[in-house]
Design a protein around this ligand. Structure first.
Ligand code: SAM
Ligand code: SF4
Length: 321
């Protein structure tokens, strides 16, 4: 279906949980989170019903995210269920990678196509500091497991932050010389509590690119995703840039987001939310109509460049990135 700004909406990002086995300092508060009540979290059959109705409106691509999607029990069952829905052509997952080494085979078997792995440092000490808990070796083992199980292409998401990890840009890019991965540098976004220190840590895509002279453009035209991709001559992987703020890509946005508690967020950085629960659980209205209304509410563009209208309602772990 097209939204009211003539964009074709075919992609749904589904946050399956607000829980996580890490505590990345820019995503979650240090003191931990006030977890959603189990009763408020969508059951797998409810998610499948939403996806099913979504396909009737043109949704064909699904990404599972969180919190950390791999901590939700039996996530393979959900993947299997979604795989069986007519009209779904692509299922991907965004994860911190900690549990991937033991789960990659089962995820592939269930029908997962590919994986994006978040990794903000190549140094074990710094990684532990950023995530407040993580063991980087497990992430590397997870990356290998994805390759072995044909969950390809593996993309590595790096949120670049001034004074935190911006001295690792070259090192990350060099990974693409030895691994067939897509390393993507993502601009920090002023979402949730990251808004407080956003100005001190933000570094633009253009600044990051200046540190990587000699990149060759890989995409002539941007694909359906927001990344613009390049290659180091001779490398086997690619280097991409997602400049949500400095290179606004709202004009070609094709996505909606479903939160773990059953709200559709038509835009990442907007307080607009449409609750699917009344239609799902109380039979108040048709689910497909509520979904269609949510798509219709999608704003023309986000307002991340104006910190005074920052979305204060949810942190990123409650949205899914
Ligand atoms: N736990 C999974 C993971 O870390 O990949 C999935 C959920 S996480 C919220 C999804 C993505 O959002 C991660 O790549 C994370 O780095 C990114 N993210 C979180 N907060 C962000 C922020 N303020 N700006 C930009 N990206 C952010
Ligand atoms: Fe957890 Fe992902 Fe947020 Fe890190 S970015 S705290 S791994 S949800």
């Amino acid at each position: 279906m097209k939204d009211s700004h003539n964009r074709q909406i075919d992609y749904m990002r589904i946050s399956v949980t607000d829980r996580c086995n890490l505590r990345c300092f820019y995503c979650m508060p240090e003191e931990g989170i006030c977890k959603m009540d189990h009763r408020d979290v969508l059951r797998y059959e409810e998610i499948m019903e939403i996806v099913c109705q979504g396909t009737k409106l043109g949704i064909s691509k699904i990404r599972l995210t969180g919190g950390e999607p791999l901590v939700r029990p039996d996530i393979q069952d959900l993947i299997k269920g979604i795989r069986g829905i007519k009209g779904i052509t692509d299922i991907s997952l965004t994860t911190n990678g900690i549990l991937l080494s033991q789960m990659a085979g089962g995820l592939k078997e269930a029908g997962l196509d590919r994986v994006n792995i978040s990794l903000d440092s190549l140094s074990a000490v710094r990684y532990r500091h950023i995530t407040r808990a993580g063991d980087i070796d497990r992430v590397f083992q997870g990356i290998s497991a994805c390759m072995e199980n044909n969950l390809k292409p593996v993309k590595i998401n790096v949120v670049i932050m001034k004074g935190i990890n911006d001295d690792e840009v070259e090192e990350f890019a060099k990974l693409t010389k030895i691994l067939p991965v897509g390393v993507r540098f993502i601009e920090l976004m002023p979402v949730g509590h990251a808004s407080q220190w956003f100005n001190d840590r933000f570094i633009s895509t253009d600044e990051v690119m200046k540190r990587l002279p000699g990149l060759m453009p890989e995409d002539k035209v941007r694909g359906s995703g927001p990344a613009v991709n390049y290659k180091i001559p001779g490398a086997i992987g690619t280097v991409g840039f997602i400049g949500a703020l400095s290179h606004n890509f709202c004009e070609s946005c094709n996505r909606i987001r479903l939160t773990a508690d059953g709200k559709i967020k038509p835009c990442l950085h907007s307080d607009i939310e449409v609750d699917l629960m009344p239609a799902l659980r109380q039979g108040k209205g048709e689910l497909i109509d509520v979904l269609g209304r949510a798509i219709g509410l999608k704003p023309r563009k986000h307002r991340m460049d104006d910190l005074s209208v920052a979305d204060g309602k949810r942190d990123m772990y409650q949205i899914g990135g």
